[in-house]
Design a binder for this molecule. Structure first.
Ligand code: AMP
Length: 425
């Protein structure tokens, strides 16, 4: 944490030792906090919650991993407890589907004892469910800017009752080119509202945005590291083990998953995953102990150069490998050793300082996964992937004589054709 002097506009959070009991939150929310497993508020929470609950605008400088999501969700919930239901009262804008899903996962838990409902809204999935949520099914919308604008363009999104706007990861929205969309959305919102802006860094464009759209904000700044890589969005995707492959294929439809490191528990499982992915047209390399040194080097080079979109690895083979620009880590299997999780996800935040980590968790792996959460001191939200047919029987694998044996065409090497892939923003 970086305490700042009283003379600066940046407030440092109150001293450690503050507990959730000391924060101005309703018992219903404290119950949610307890159930999600948070014992002590993090610095960004201690700093933000009292001011945000009193209605102040907030500029929070904090990265993923500091507890910033609950730092804005809890005051949002507190302030909306007494509001009439059935209309959109708060909007949380996030740059990626992963962050939207993560915030939605936390919201479900934290709001568990309230009547308030949230809905994630992002691209790449059908519009109909989201339209229903936007029509009065949810009070808190967690949206990526592009998809929200699509809905707004269709004329049924009523934002007139909106009380609170949260801009999450504003610097990442800038990096991804979303600030014009954010400004357009701001044009649709009532002027009389509370606005909170969170950003890991404060580039001039973000500072300008906050000067233009926030009123006398309280500045809260924390620099805090957690055990697991800072900047990583962690999601747990509960799934029956026999559907893991289907789910991985489903996830890979997302074109923002540009370079994906997949971890499997054994060589055998790694080989199976590779065969299946190749059979479905994804160019895939493999790293495990049965591969010769030169095979490993070649696989790594192909991944680094972007010729393989996916690299499947076992933990031992992946030790010490250095790959920049890994967009996603997918834990196909939960590691037995909790420390392995930290090594694995550390790969994604390296170069870009941010990335996403999905863990496919079967019922049998829940206990191992809980050990990981204890080690890294985080509750990782469980998320159901919308549009994934959890109840459908699993597809038979493609026969070895068909797709997998054919030499890959250029499109096949890069994954499915662009038109078949789906963006999630
Ligand atoms: P965030 O920075 O919001 O992405 O949160 C990072 C991680 O910290 C998430 O897994 C949260 O569940 C967890 N977390 C947030 N607040 C607390 C807290 N007060 N105590 C323990 N873990 C927390």
């Amino acid at each position: 944490m970086a305490p700042t002097s009283d003379g600066s506009p940046h407030a440092s959070p109150p001293a450690e030792g503050t507990s959730f009991e000391d924060l101005p939150l309703h018992e219903k929310l404290k119950k949610g906090v307890q159930e999600i497993g948070y014992r002590v508020p993090t610095p960004i929470q201690r700093g933000t919650i009292p001011h945000a609950v009193s209605g102040r605008d907030i500029v929070g400088t904090a990265q993923t991993g500091t507890g910033k999501t609950a730092a804005f969700l809890l005051p949002v919930l507190e302030r909306l407890l007494e509001e009439p239901r059935g209309r959109i009262l708060a909007l949380i804008l996030t740059p990626t589907r992963e962050l939207a899903l993560q915030a939605d996962g936390f919201l479900r838990k934290l709001a568990g004892h309230t009547h308030l409902r949230g809905a994630p809204v992002y691209g790449g999935v059908g519009m109909a469910d989201q339209e229903r949520a936007l029509h009065g099914g949810a009070e808190i919308i967690i949206a990526t800017p592009g998809r929200l604008l699509d809905h707004i363009g269709r004329g049924y999104v009523d934002l007139r009752s909106l009380r609170i706007l949260v801009l999450d990861e504003a610097d990442r929205m800038l990096d991804m080119g979303f600030l014009p969309d954010v400004r357009r959305i701001l044009g649709h919102l009532p002027r009389e509202r509370q606005t909170m802006l969170f950003s890991a860094t404060m580039p001039p464009e973000v500072a300008a945005l906050s000067r233009q759209f926030l009123r006398e904000p309280k500045f809260i700044q924390v620099e805090e590291r957690t055990v697991a890589a800072v900047g990583v969005t962690h999601l747990a995707l509960p799934v029956p083990s026999q559907l893991k492959l289907e789910l991985l294929l489903h996830l890979l439809q997302d074109e923002t998953m540009t370079s994906v490191l997949v971890f499997a528990r054994t060589k055998h499982r790694a080989n199976t995953v590779v065969r299946q992915l190749e059979g479905h047209g994804f160019s895939t390399g493999v790293l495990h102990g049965n591969r010769s040194q030169s095979q490993r080097v070649r696989a790594l080079e192909a991944f680094r150069a972007g010729r393989h979109r996916v690299l499947v690895a076992t933990d031992i083979a992946a030790r010490g490998i250095d790959v920049k620009d890994v967009s996603h880590v997918v834990n196909y299997d939960v590691p037995h050793e909790p420390e392995a999780y930290v090594h694995r996800v550390g790969r994604t935040a390296r170069a870009q300082k941010r990335g996403d980590a999905f863990t496919l968790v079967s019922r049998e792996e829940e206990a191992d996964f809980a050990r990981i959460e204890r080690l890294i001191g985080m509750t990782i939200p469980r998320v159901r992937v919308p549009d994934f047919p959890y109840d459908a029987p699993s597809r038979p694998p493609p026969g070895p004589a068909t797709a997998a044996r054919r030499p890959p065409s250029p499109e096949r090497r890069r994954g499915p054709p662009r038109s078949a892939r789906r963006g999630f923003r």
